[in-house]
Write a protein that binds this ligand. Structure first.
Ligand SMILES: Cc1ncc(COP(=O)(O)O)c(C=O)c1O
Length: 371
């Protein structure tokens, strides 16, 4: 049988067989200790830091979408840092994107490892991965939305004995399946589109190797970096609509990108979904679909402030992938990008409302004084 489509897979991911009188998605199991069976230790859950059925349901759902074995974490950073602490020993060489999510580089200053920074666009040569224990990629990168060829880099890295992990936050498991492209690890912040409602922080790591999966689960138990069952349940609930949310976000992004390209106040619009974007050739080969995040540049920070003030639908927020359209001026957070660079996350508003509002707000921002 052919594989189910994305919508079907999201709705049914991690579901159990229907049982009369039982809910579609079982509620969160809120347990610190569990009752022990007389003959414990057995296979039962015994303590909430070590195991929880609500985690397992979501791990089975995300793992199925990623095509791997999943471990959930209380945030994207908890997922990434647990992965790095699990895989790296003192003195190991880690390759990281110089233009990826900035907190990863901040975390590394406290780790006793050697770090080589490579831009997402490369050059990805044998020298770039030489001596590495782990190559961490972020594609599309945040905030630049550059893209690199996961399969080609995995081949290079594996040839020198390095593992490859991909931060798949921007793409989501529906947009890209790094494990199928040859990566060993797919790691993500599910705070963004996977949870999708701007009300929970979450993360996960999916891997192909069972021993690594067991070790990640053990590290989570030992470190105590565990997600709350209620948050886990919220993410599972949100995951059911990921396909339709991404579709509307991508439709809105495409409509906005087309309009903004022709606007006099806007420069350098980037969206991997645009056929004329520098990242499109690789993105369209390795991505299954595009999302709602794009970037553009206004002439100054002040102009960005005016634009957000003038908009009735877009608010400033430093996340992406949620129901609401948001704009984030990345230089504000210290990213090495132009002062007026905006990372825009298209929400689920009606396309014509959003396009009208954004163009109107830009027109007024350009014409009017700062309030
Ligand atoms: C690409 C990427 N990776 C990781 C993270 C960290 O995730 P979290 O905020 O859930 O800890 C973020 C957050 O913005 C991100 O954009």
């Amino acid at each position: 049988m052919t594989e189910w489509g994305d919508g079907t897979r999201c709705v049914h991911a991690g579901s159990t067989e229907p049982v009369a009188g039982q809910p579609f998605l079982a509620g969160p199991v809120l347990a610190a200790p569990y009752h022990l069976s007389p003959g414990h230790p057995g296979a039962d859950d015994f303590y909430g830091r070590a195991g929880n059925p609500t985690w397992r349901a979501l791990e089975s759902a995300i793992g199925a979408l990623d095509g791997g074995l999943c471990t959930v974490f209380p945030s994207g950073m908890a997922a990434i840092t647990t992965l790095l602490r699990t895989l790296l020993s003192p003195g190991d060489l880690l390759v990281v994107p110089s233009d990826g999510y900035y907190l990863v580089r901040t975390f590394l200053t406290g780790l006793d490892v050697r770090v080589r920074e490579v831009p997402t666009v490369g050059p990805w040569t044998a020298e770039a991965v030489a001596g590495a224990r782990l190559v961490l990629l972020e594609t599309p990168s945040n905030p630049g939305l550059d893209v690199c060829d996961i399969a080609a880099i995995a081949e290079l890295a594996h040839a020198v004995g390095a593992l490859v992990a991909v931060d798949n936050t921007t793409a989501t498991p529906l947009g890209q399946r790094p494990l199928e492209l040859g990566a060993d690890v797919s790691v993500a912040s599910d705070t963004k589109a996977v949870a999708g409602h701007s009300d929970v922080l979450f993360g996960h790591v999916s891997v192909t190797d069972e021993a690594l999966w067991t070790e990640l689960q053990r590290q989570r138990t030992v470190s105590g970096a565990i997600p709350g069952p209620f948050e886990t349940w919220m993410v599972h609930r949100g995951l059911g609509t990921l396909d339709v949310r991404l579709a509307r976000q991508a439709e809105n992004a495409a409509a906005l990108v087309a309009k903004l390209r022709g606007h006099e106040a806007v420069a350098d619009v980037r969206w991997p979904g645009s056929p004329d974007d520098p990242s499109h050739a690789i993105a369209s080969r390795q991505m299954r679909r595009f999302g709602g995040v794009f970037t553009f540049e206004l002439a100054s920070a002040e102009l960005v402030t005016r634009f957000v003030r003038e908009s009735r639908l877009v608010s400033a927020a430093t996340s992406f992938g949620g129901l609401h359209s948001t704009a984030d001026r990345r230089a504000h957070w210290g990213d090495p990008v132009p002062e007026g660079l905006v990372r825009f996350s298209a929400g689920l508003e009606d396309s014509h409302d959003l396009v009208h509002d954004v163009v109107d707000a830009l027109d007024r921002a350009v014409g009017g004084p700062v309030q």
